[in-house]
Design a protein around this ligand. Structure first.
Ligand code: 0X9
Ligand code: ZN
Length: 299
């Protein structure tokens, strides 16, 4: 039904999610939160043990914000498989609910498979230009339009005409807002660079609880055996970039919010060979135990 030895098309990933929904009805719900610009469904998978349904603290994980970062939907769908289908991981579901969206930008993801492998943005049309697409990670509504963003529709970091101009970012943010009381941790999976980025990202600036955020990121990363990660302030470690999903999640009260930039550190970059999917995914998965344990014991 699914494997992690090759990169899959959107239809395969969505097919696997509907298979899980049909096969594990008491555990999994497939939630259609609306449609992308090109009218593809946007799917979130909820994984929740039926006792105390919807009352546990929850972890949100998204992938595929940037179209060309193929390792992200691959690892995010691997996480789904491990949580749902591997009995040894059932302890991760005891005290935490999971909301996982493997492909936030399905139009861009399909475009990288059929036309341009290096596409990053959404695929929306502009009235100002013949260039298409908005950088979804410059389109969220916190400090929108600040440092590291562009007003040029042809730029890869184009911010869009307004915050949440894209259906993908608007629908995702509204879904998260509806669960904002429950969601205690926001994780967004990107590549590449092997880094755990801690807000703020709009500028070198630090939330008042930055030390808590940094400590949890460090213990998560300490589970990694194969890939060495850097941990630190997003704008300091990478570059200032406003309108990111991580900053927005933090700004609406989700205390723990991180961007993980998966492998590699530049040899292949976005073109990571598919033989690396399983090593990367297996190395990452144990960090979720650290996150789940923390979230379950939050006062
Ligand atoms: O630039 C980005 O959007 C992210 N790096 S990537 O190479 N995957 O494009 C980093 C985003 C970090 N978060 C914020 N700046 N808010
Ligand atoms: Zn990215």
């Amino acid at each position: 039904n699914m494997d992690w030895t090759s990169y899959h098309r959107l239809g395969d990933i969505y097919g696997y999610m509907s298979y899980l929904n049909a096969t594990y009805p008491g555990l999994v719900s497939l939630i259609n939160i609306g449609a992308s610009y090109e009218k593809r469904p946007l799917y979130v998978l909820r994984i929740s043990k039926s006792s105390r349904n919807g009352t546990k603290p929850a972890i949100w994980i998204d992938g595929g914000i940037h179209a060309r970062e193929w390792i992200s939907p691959a690892v995010t769908s691997y996480i789904i498989q491990q949580l749902v289908e591997v009995q040894a991981n059932a302890k991760l579901l005891l005290n935490v609910d999971w909301y996982i969206m493997p492909v936030m930008n399905p139009d861009g993801y399909e475009f990288t498979h059929v036309s341009n492998r290096m596409w990053r943005k959404t695929r929306s049309l502009s009235s100002l230009s013949s260039c298409r697409g908005v950088d979804p990670n410059r389109n969220f509504g916190y400090k929108w339009g600040g440092l590291g963003t562009s007003t040029n529709p042809c730029s890869d970091i184009y911010k869009g005409t307004k915050a949440f101009s894209e259906p993908e970012t608007l629908l995702t943010s509204n879904f998260i807002l509806g669960k904002a009381k429950q969601i205690k941790l926001y994780l967004t999976i990107h590549s590449y660079g092997q880094s755990a980025l801690v807000p703020w990202g709009y500028d070198v600036a630090y939330p008042s609880d930055y030390d808590d955020m940094l400590a949890l990121a460090n213990s998560a990363v300490s589970t990694f055996r194969k890939y060495k990660f850097s941990v630190g302030n997003s704008a300091a470690l990478y570059y200032p970039a406003a309108g990111g999903s991580d900053d927005w999640a933090k700004s609406v009260g989700i205390k723990y919010s991180y961007t993980f930039e998966l492998a590699d550190s530049g040899t292949y970059g976005f073109l990571l060979p598919s033989s690396d999917i399983l090593p990367v995914a297996k190395d990452f998965f144990p960090a979720l135990d650290v996150f789940a344990t923390k979230i379950a014991t939050l006062k």
